[in-house]
Write a new protein. Structure first.
Length: 185
């Protein structure tokens, strides 16, 4: 006599294993937020059409709190889209300075950070997005009227759950049709 008498027991075992695997992936995943700025409207507009930023946190922020460079921020990348030459600045770990993000109800509501190298400085906050040169000829492109928008990139566990939800029922139907899902005594 087999341990599993019916397909339901196999299905429950499969689902429990899948959910445990997903939970393990989600517990170890970084949390990524992306920022898309609006059009830079003042200045020469040669340093980029808008800003695009990615902030990676080592753990999920609290729903109503803030993180700064010394907390859980592991990497920040800011790109001036459409700039010639391309401008993209990245800071990691202890190099991250002048950065904070505040959260309310799980969404970004306040932020300020500035990344710089020898040639360019990029700054973003709710008040303005700005790209400027650090050497002559000094060029300053800015958007001081409308901040951009923040979105959270789905965690790998969320994507795995979505895949399981889409593929699981189909696989179970296929097993049921082929007769593999039942064990006889």
């Amino acid at each position: 006599m087999g341990i599993f008498k019916n397909r339901l027991a196999l299905n429950v075992l499969f689902l429990a294993f899948a959910l445990q695997s997903i939970a393990l992936c989600a517990a170890q995943a970084d949390v990524i937020y992306t920022y898309t700025g609006n059009q830079l409207t003042t200045g020469a507009s040669t340093l980029g059409a808008c800003l695009d930023a990615t902030v990676t946190l080592s753990s999920a922020p609290s729903n109503n709190g803030w993180v700064n460079a010394s907390d859980s921020i592991t990497q920040v990348t800011v790109t001036a889209l459409g700039s010639t030459p391309p401008i993209s600045l990245t800071e990691q770990g202890p190099d991250i300075q002048n950065l904070f993000i505040s959260f309310m109800n799980g969404s970004v509501y306040d932020w300020s950070f500035e990344l710089a190298n020898a040639s360019y400085t990029i700054h973003t906050s709710p008040d303005y997005d700005e790209v400027y040169t650090n050497t002559a000829p000094f060029i300053d492109d800015k958007n001081a009227s409308r901040p951009g928008t923040w979105t959270q990139v789905p965690e790998p566990g969320t994507l795995a759950l979505l895949a399981l939800g889409l593929l699981g029922p189909g696989a179970l139907c296929k097993l049921g049709r082929s007769g593999v899902g039942t064990l006889s005594s």
